[in-house]
Design a protein around this ligand. Sequence first.
Ligand code: ATP
Ligand code: MG
Length: 574
Amino acid sequence: MRQSIAFVYTLRDVPADAEVVSHRLLARAGYIQKLAAGVYSYTPSMARVLQKVSNIVREEMNRQGAQECVMPIIQPKEIWEESGRWERYQKGGQLFTLVDHKGSEMCLVPTAEEAFTTMVKRAVTSYRQLPLNLYQLHTKFRDEIRPRFGLMRGREFIMKDAYSFDIDDEGMRAAYAKMRIAYQRIFERCGLKYTIVQADAGAIGGSATEEFMVNADTGEDTILVSEDGSYAANVEKAESLIPAGEAGGEAKPMHLEHTPGDKSVDQLSKRFNLAPSRMIKTILFRAVFAESEETVAVLMRGDLDVNEVKVANAVGAIAVDLADDARVRAATGAEPGFAGPVDMKAGVKVLADISCKPMTNFLCGANKSDYHLLDVNFGRDLPVPDYKELRRARAGDMCIDAKRGKLIETRGIEVGHIFQLGTKYSSAMGARFADEEGKERPFVMGCYGIGVSRVAAAAVEQNHDKDGIVWPAPIAPWQVHVVCVNSGDLLMKQAGDQCESALEGAGIEVLYDDRANVSPGVKFKDSDLIGLPIRVVAGRDVKDGIVEVRTRRTGEAAKVKIADVVAEVRKRLE
Ligand code: ATP
Ligand code: MG
């Protein structure tokens, strides 16, 4: 592809909203343009990258026996009501919905369990037609609350989504294992460093589930990994061991303490000379359910943190978020900062982390502005609460299997997610087949997603330097950037043309900077920014039949005869 005619451009300015490097570089190097918040146009170079990622995904899915489909992205409300997810997704605030001219409600698909289950339900009647694994590479829509980081969290994005249908759990587990292998091969082939982590099932539902995380400091996900590397979990899911707190001793009478302005554990610890582990924090949440909202109070030992995902799972909520001040006042009758579990207003659901169970004579908020209660005891001053595992595991905690060492915190970008769903969707949607005995049974399903456009962005997060992108060769839009230093110089132009045709003749993809009236400095800057793996420069040495071949990642360069360019490029691409 010749740059003089190609739609390839670079920008000097960084988009004002570009917070992460992949967004900055992809925009500046002319790969993406924003059309609306979280909605991007892909230029020809980006289309090539996405095609490369898609092809790797496709090959590995096919290798595991999955079959490609194309499903509608606009879907009727009915199938979403059958699965019970219409309300859930709408409440979650992520569903793009629309009404057609007849007044029927529809949505733009955020994920396609319903559509695939419907398709299989209508065509598969017998166990003889199973197992099946069906997938597509298609656009998804989610009205993300905070679209950001360019392609990383878009409102429209490309996903590979696959759905397996099996006779029983054993079949589902086998399908899951195959997808796990496919995913490992996909991310390795894309040239990415990644970690497989235990994950929370979230709104999709189901049991066993793992995420594939591209290791990157800018990742939105926090991962906890054991020292020996054998345990890795998303912090939303992670568990850990912590030392027992200091005991509180024999029960003493409860009393009210005036604590003007003291709202934090630190302030109270100083005032009473009491370890934070002798206090109970009461954190109020708004829990959102399909039909309602509730206030949930979580009791947590003072030195520990709450894991919101565990709270949502414990109460079966679609989502939970911190209560705003009005909700806190309504639940406690006090200013925020003084909430406590004694005489909490009716209608507030109280949960306590398991760490609170052995505590006696603890300090907590009094539900009265500027007051706390000291020497509070469960069972006497307040009912024994519902104890659950609600604590957020932290770096430095011991792994639940202590042999594996302490937990270390890293960050990652979720590029893939695999789920064992079981019969959640098939049961809800009446999707059944006849087994060997002729008995009707629901399909046992799995689902498997990869964020194709997010993979491209994650690759840039992991592969760049101060000058620009450094594409891993398998997903680079072109393998080689041939740069003619001065297109007005006949010899240089001839050498450039020659390199281009020799490389293309050898099946290597070439972007050829043959632009006239562009300075060599600008050409090299653009080339670094665009980030193709190998650069071939036709410059002054062409008079001796020599060009320079340079590897983008290392900057390592060699002068080679034009006749040897193909061999040299091949060697470097390996
Ligand atoms: P996240 O936790 O990042 O919001 P998710 O768990 O909701 O993602 P899944 O439902 O598991 O996402 O979707 C499968 C894959 O699709 C994800 O692993 C991710 O790679 C990709 N993906 C999800 N949401 C987005 C988005 N808004 N923009 C780009 N890719 C996305
Ligand atoms: Mg996910």
